[in-house]
Design a protein around this ligand. Structure first.
Ligand SMILES: [Zn+2]
Length: 318
């Protein structure tokens, strides 16, 4: 008898358990879904919690593919700098790129000059991120884009400096030196571009905005040491920039041109490509290479771009 009853109960119990567990499963699933919806509503950036982080002791320089425009994201030892934002349509992509590495603050935001292919997304970036301080030339420009940027600066009460050549500051372990502008004239906004040099260990990068030949000559005249491994080629590869003597003084190993494919300016101009080829630098272009990521621990320079995965595959299959 005891055996029988045990069998009976053992037959009945699992069915009961199944019902209970399926109900419990349903409740748990519903609770998880509701919690996920709630978290997503309160903290829509939760996805970024699982993204990769940059290492300390490394300088990361990313030439973002923002079509016909400039945007460079720099990170070192947890500190960040964003030079330009491209046109406004790229704001979301830039935000995603930066958030991907877990950053919610831009320590130094640089608006090289007032043209929309450099400051188009500035208002969005200022509103989205916590901004340490901002650098921009104190030059008036009467466009909606420029006004939007000023509105965002005032809204967020961002501290803004108009830097002068020779100013220095640090981004983590990297030293930044301002090389230009010299004059703040509205006649040619390109020549109000903030030009800066970033040094980390044995490596130096120069970012020129859209500064033209006149400014390059002025930089040369200051006697600043402008030799660099990596040059962000001026003005999207326009022949108005990257004069031969300036290029020789920088003598970069790598020249990066930020531009959109099929742009209406004919960038990059043939003469500029020829000048760069003559000094033997390797050219990377955002229109063909996409976003170009260069990093260095101060000694070794690493480059990753769109065709980098292809190169890895070639290496594997060779
Ligand atoms: Zn430009």
């Amino acid at each position: 008898m005891p055996k029988k009853s045990r069998r009976k109960t053992s037959r009945v119990k699992p069915r009961k358990r199944k019902k209970k567990s399926s109900l419990r499963g349903f409740l748990v699933l519903t609770a998880v879904i509701l919690l996920a919806v709630f978290i997503n509503h309160v903290y829509p950036d939760w996805i970024y919690l699982f993204q990769s982080k940059h290492d300390n002791g490394v300088l990361y320089v990313s030439f973002l593919d923002v079509g016909q425009g400039d945007s460079v994201f720099i990170a070192c030892d947890g500190k960040t700098m964003l030079i330009d934002t491209g046109e406004r349509e790229y704001s979301d992509e830039i935000i995603r790129y930066i958030r991907r590495y877990g950053y919610s603050r831009i320590d130094v935001l640089v608006a090289t000059h007032a043209h929309s292919d450099h400051i188009g997304g500035m208002a969005d970036i200022i509103r989205y991120f916590e901004i340490g301080s901002m650098l921009m030339p104190n030059v008036q420009h009467n466009t909606q884009t420029f006004e939007n940027m000023l509105d965002a600066i005032l809204e967020k009460n961002v501290t803004v400096y108009s830097p002068t050549p020779g100013d220095t500051f640090e981004i983590g372990g990297a030293l930044v030196t301002i090389l230009a502008p010299f004059r703040l004239s509205r006649d040619n906004l390109n020549n109000t571009s903030i030009v800066l040099k970033v040094e980390y260990g044995e490596h130096t990068f120069i970012f020129t905005g859209d500064a033209e030949g006149d400014v390059e000559a002025e930089i040369l005249a200051t006697g600043f040491d402008i030799s660099a491994n990596v040059l962000k080629v001026g003005h999207h590869g326009s022949s108005t920039s990257t004069a031969e003597n300036f290029l020789r003084a920088v003598s970069p190993e790598i020249a990066v041109i930020q531009l959109g494919s099929g742009n209406s300016y004919g960038h990059p101009h043939r003469e500029v490509i020829e000048r760069i080829n003559r000094i033997g630098a390797v050219i990377y272009r955002t229109d063909t290479n996409g976003t170009i990521e260069i990093s260095t621990d101060g000694t070794i320079l690493e480059i990753k771009e769109k065709s980098w995965v292809r190169r890895l595959l070639d290496e594997i299959f060779n």
